[in-house]
Design a protein around this ligand. Sequence first.
Ligand code: ADP
Ligand code: TPW
Length: 584
Amino acid sequence: MSAILEKAVETTPQEAPKTIDGFHLLIDALKLNDIDTIFGLPGIPITDLTRMAQAEGIRVISFRHEQHAGNAAAAAGYLTQKPGICLTVSAPGFLNGLTALANATTNCFPMILISGSSEREIVDLQQGDYEEMDQLAIAKPLCKAAFRVLHAEDIGVGIARAIRSALSGRPGGVYLDLPAKLFAQTMEAAAGRKSLIRVVDPAPRQIPAPDAVKRALDLLKGAKKPLILLGKGAAYAQADAEIRSLVEKTGIPYLPMSMAKGLLPDNHGQSASAARSYVLAEADVVMLVGARLNWLLSHGKGKTWGGGSSKTSGGQQFIQIDISPTEADSNVPIAAPLVGDIGSCVSALLAGMGDGWAKAPTDWTTGVYERRDKNVAKMAETLTKNPSPMNFHSALNVIRNAIKARPDAIVVNEGANTLDFARSIVDMYEPRKRLDVGTWGIMGIGMGFAVAAAVTTGKPVIAIEGDSAFGFSGMECETICRYNLPVCVIVFNNNGVYKGTDVNAGGGKDVAPTVFVKDARYEMLMQAFGGVGVRATTPAELAKALDEAVASGRPTLINAIIDETAGTESGRITSLNPSAAKKK
Ligand code: ADP
Ligand code: TPW
């Protein structure tokens, strides 16, 4: 019997059966499945659960708002391939966590949102219980699966189903509804123990069909201008060696989506990142590895892909490796879908290629690398400039150098311009070291992701934050200080959303909707909780503060003062903002 069951067992009269309660069954079910951390926020009815979980050796990271606990759980799931757990109270706490659950599902990150809920009898008759809400019904359309457990003897099954749903096939978010009454229920201890399930092989390998492998290889063999596109699904899959072999064996240029940066180092000889527009428009066969043809890839159509208009295709043929069989043809026809887990699919391709596989044609690759090198040289020139005040480039150059020196550090990145520029300027050298706004382009992931990255890896975390983006989760600086996490937040302070120079079109006394308080002292937020705060106005000051933060591991916030005229509206997605696009 585990120590925690032992403690939970009551041994009143000698012959009375030993019992265990719902709290401890839940804790034991999680521990049985190697879940060692819970991200959450206490309150009725789960406060005791957080206390007991901590007492039983589970690390409980307590946040100031559930959305950030949920984001932390999602990032932990992405980094570890174990579902991240977020624990909230009912109704409002549940709703606060729900954005993170939906975002995790959209990003294909495995997480489980566990919320306490009110009494079923009262909720179903709508009699007005404390924090009454039909949470299961609300969660269902926003996640991959949703379950409710009503009886203590079903806790083991509930946890097992939640874990399998989060991890198997395309990963995603799962909601688990636990009514308050469940926690106090007791059952006979031995039977309780037996009811728990250790999930065997929760993300089974999915081997691709041989004919699908052959179809993909045939298409690739005939390609004159092949391209490999790596997405965050490829990073999640942890098939790093296989993917590297595929790229190097075929000699095909590759393009990483933002969170796939570092899967191969950004300075790899076959990286086509700095020739992105050229390769997307020119390639004839594109192999998608764990990347969807959604808005981030212009839906596989239009000018980006060399098509005439936004609706026409550029004539490329696609091979798509994905675990979800329904992903193919979602935007354009997929000539060779390869359904399976990335490790198995890439291994099958490598096996099918044998030893004599011809490398990509050199007239194509030479052209790609020439363009890339020209663009890299142009960027290097821009990065050496030292304007006053700092701009995005001169500040990001400091972080670029810091990551070169500490490639094991994890970058968290959100904002508009701050995101766009960081994505292209800050090179990554190791897999799964970049966490960002993902598929939705959502603001508010910053501090939650940073906490999760620090807690799950123990590595230094550098959060590169637009000043608007930071505001969504800034209060979690207290959480970062409370757990003394090695997180350095760098706020790119240009006095507003996108930039700080908009004016009130009506001439009234209110500032424009995108403008913030000028010269806000963000660094004082970290100081308020005992961390380090620095205001940096030059690259030298920024570099000094960042070096000290990484070396010391102390919670730090650097308020990097950026030229308030420097940003453009919506960064580089201006085209999706109707009036800004018209103005262009
Ligand atoms: P990006 O935004 O980086 O382009 P997406 O989130 O659009 O990436 O795509 C990720 C894709 O990876 C999803 O379609 C998902 O089904 C797929 N995926 C996730 N994990 C695996 C895996 N282990 N094996 C195969 N495909 C996976
Ligand atoms: C949940 C809309 C996209 S980018 C952004 C907002 C508000 C902030 C941009 O300003 P910031 O960055 O952070 O100062 P920068 O570098 O341009 O100066 N609400 C949510 N998600 C999104 N995406 C928005 C609003 C948005």
